[in-house]
Design a protein around this ligand. Structure first.
Ligand code: PRX
Length: 636
């Protein structure tokens, strides 16, 4: 079946069908994938428990959809193009045939190292093709991957490994990020001190930094590949998976201290990412798709690896950063590989915009057909810059709204079809039923309204549970409002029925498109020996979207507040990772608390934003005078 929607009339027709007959709609789409056994039932669900099952009784392996089924038609087409961090190093191209061979071989390596269906495997790697190979090899044998972004600290990795009880870790000696080297294996070694479940670590050679290899535990990727080759273990049949078997876990921050392991399953996730990839970007065979996210985040899972590969696309993996060696790096890559679809984050756009047009000039960007944005609200200025200077006003911009939990894009323009409105994610994709509710959970109908964004009906890519704690999944997403999935986002629906996401309404900050829980940062700050208590809020940041503002009560800062602030920032880097490092740390004599001891974050948020006048009602505070002191000491 073709996923092409070529006009608004067609969109409205498809959308109507998808709401009136969701099962027939999704069955038709699922039918375009390769199943080992067809499903018995399209959908069983209730949002109470929640219990959501798509394509029950069906069996498949997602890697057969991403690899094997393309061998007849496009074995020699590039599946992955890889551009290294350093432009002086050679790029690599893997055709579908080569990728298939490499995945099978590494899947056998995993088996040789004792991995089997259902085992959890932690992947902590740089953005090299072997990261995608490792992910697919896990899926090939039915092992559950848990990819941890290379910027997380040893403590964060240890928490995630323990939570999932991983038995294997796949990593590299180190990686490159701009002009820096990251010591991945060292970080893993630190993490594993706390992780007795891990019996094997497979280490890829990337930057040849010295590492310590522990006897009986650590092996080299390259040695293991040679062994498997010598044994002639070239082929690896794909494990037959139930549609609802777990495919992967991906940890994400919520409003409580501990990250949650969002669980996605094989069948629904495959169908949803494949469908949305094709539909939103209107991908055409032969196009080069460049998603700049890291595979450590959901965007990389869905729109670098699984979505594009299941549709036989050419996906570009870029190891580096947008601003090194200079701010023209993305445009070098677009020009060099004649990229057709560019999918990036507002943070990157804003930072490149600030660097100036001279970095864009001199690059041929005429291959671009579609531009995408993801991860955070895109401001009008960035939208226009992207549209004008990168897309030369020829390319539709798709502002795609979705979440780790949703698996794939839910609200977005369809490229070239949906009339855009800067800063609007526009309309729901077929199969997606958004609802706005007020504080009491009453649905807000009509247009020109705003409220909390919920989804009324299941879609195949939605999360099924949070690993090891189903109750947490229920309370986080399904308990706030009856029979609705609650996204945690605020949203407005304008006169045209267009949706605009206004940001999180819970205690989650979106820093450069990365979700960080305020409670997590507070826990990390409080680990510093001088800290008595802290409260963290977000504030508007020109480049990052939101920055982290920490109010800290400490005894020591009176001696040397600059040093203490640096120490605290360092503690957060160590405990969570550099992405959670506060931008501003203000030492305060106390925090604004109610008589029951609850911190009034609303007031702190206002102060952090610089709104020092409209602080609202402070009469319920235990000690209203503390507000004046905090206000006076605000860091601009
Ligand atoms: O607040 C929304 C914001 O990012 C959150 C999801 O973060 P994460 O699970 O890390 O996934 C990011 C990549 C899909 C959402 O709750 N967000 C994501 N996309 C947009 C967005 N906010 C506004 N506009 C978007 N296009």
């Amino acid at each position: 079946m073709s996923f092409r929607i070529s006009s608004m009339e067609e969109y409205r027709e498809v959308y109507r069908k998808s709401v009136e007959q969701p099962e027939a709609f999704w069955a038709e789409i699922a039918g375009s994938f390769l199943w080992k056994k067809k499903w018995d039932r399209v959908l069983d669900w209730n949002f109470k428990e929640p219990d959501i099952r798509w394509f029950s009784g069906g069996t498949l392996n997602i890697t057969e959809n991403c690899l094997d089924r393309h061998l007849e038609t496009r074995a020699d087409q590039p599946a992955i193009i890889w551009e290294p961090n350093d432009p002086e190093e050679h790029h690599r191209v893997l055709t579908y045939r080569q990728l298939h061979q490499k995945v099978c071989l590494f899947a056998n390596v995993l088996k040789n190292n004792g991995a089997k269906k259902g085992d959890r495997i932690c992947i902590y790697m740089p953005m090299v093709p072997e990261l995608a190979i490792a992910v697919l090899a896990c899926a090939r044998i039915g092992a559950v991957h848990s990819v941890v972004f290379g910027g997380f600290s040893a403590q964060s990795i240890a928490d995630r490994i323990q939570d999932a009880q991983c038995e294997l870790v796949i990593t590299a000696d180190g990686g490159f990020r701009g002009n820096k080297e990251v010591p991945l294996k060292n970080v893993i070694d630190d993490a594993l001190v706390q992780c007795p479940s891990v019996r094997r670590v497979i280490v890829l050679t990337r930057n040849r930094t010295p590492v310590s290899m522990i006897k009986g535990r650590d092996v080299w990727w390259e040695d293991e590949i040679k062994k498997a080759e010598t044994l002639g273990m070239l082929d690896c049949p794909a494990e037959e998976m139930d549609a609802e078997d777990m495919l992967f876990i991906l940890y994400t921050s919520g409003s409580t201290g501990k990250p949650k392991g969002v669980v996605h399953t094989c069948g629904g996730y495959m169908v949803y990412t494949g469908y949305t990839f094709k539909t939103v970007f209107q991908y055409e065979p032969g196009d080069v798709h460049f998603c700049t996210a890291d595979i450590g985040w959901i965007t990389g899972h869905s729109y670098i690896v699984y979505g594009p590969l299941s549709q036989g696309a050419t996906t570009l993996i870029f190891e580096g950063v947008p601003t090194w060696p200079d701010a023209g790096r993305f445009w070098d890559v677009v020009d060099k590989f004649k990229v057709n679809v560019l999918y990036t984050a507002p943070t990157a756009i804003r930072s490149l915009m600030q660097s100036g047009l001279e970095y864009v000039e001199g690059h041929d960007l005429s291959s671009l057909k579609v531009l995408g944005s993801v991860g955070e609200p895109i401001n009008q200025e960035a939208w226009h810059w992207y549209h004008e200077h990168i897309g030369k006003k020829r390319c539709p911009v798709v502002d795609t709204w979705w979440q780790t939990e949703t698996g794939g894009i839910l609200i977005s323009p369809i490229a070239g079809v949906t009339p855009a409105k800067p800063s609007y994610a526009t309309l729901p994709l077929p199969g997606v039923q958004p609802v706005l509710v007020d504080e009491k959970g009453e649905e807000i109908e009509g247009n020109g309204v705003s409220g909390n964004l919920c989804i009324r009906f299941p879609w195949p890519g939605m999360l099924r549970t949070t690993y090891g704690d189903h109750e947490r999944c229920r309370t986080n997403y399904f308990a706030a409002y009856d029979n609705l999935y609650f996204t945690g986002d605020g949203c407005l629906r304008d006169e045209d029925g267009y949706y605009r996401i206004t940001g999180r309404v819970d205690d989650v900050i979106n820093v450069s498109g990365h979700r960080i829980g305020t409670a997590e940062v507070e826990n990390a700050i409080n680990m510093h020996s001088d800290v008595i208590e802290s409260a963290v809020v977000g504030f508007p940041h020109d480049i990052k979207g939101q920055g982290i503002y920490a109010f800290v009560i400490s005894e020591q800062h009176l001696n040397d507040s600059d040093l203490t602030a640096k120490d605290i920032a360092m503690t957060v880097s160590r405990i969570i990772g550099p992405i959670a490092r506060p931008d501003k740390i203000q030492f305060v004599p106390g925090l604004p608390k109610t008589r029951s001891g609850k911190i009034m974050r609303r007031i702190l948020r206002k102060i952090a934003e610089g709104d020092l006048v409209n602080l609202g009602d402070t009469s319920t505070l235990l000690d209203p005078s503390v507000v004046d002191e905090i206000r006076n000491g605000r860091i601009a």
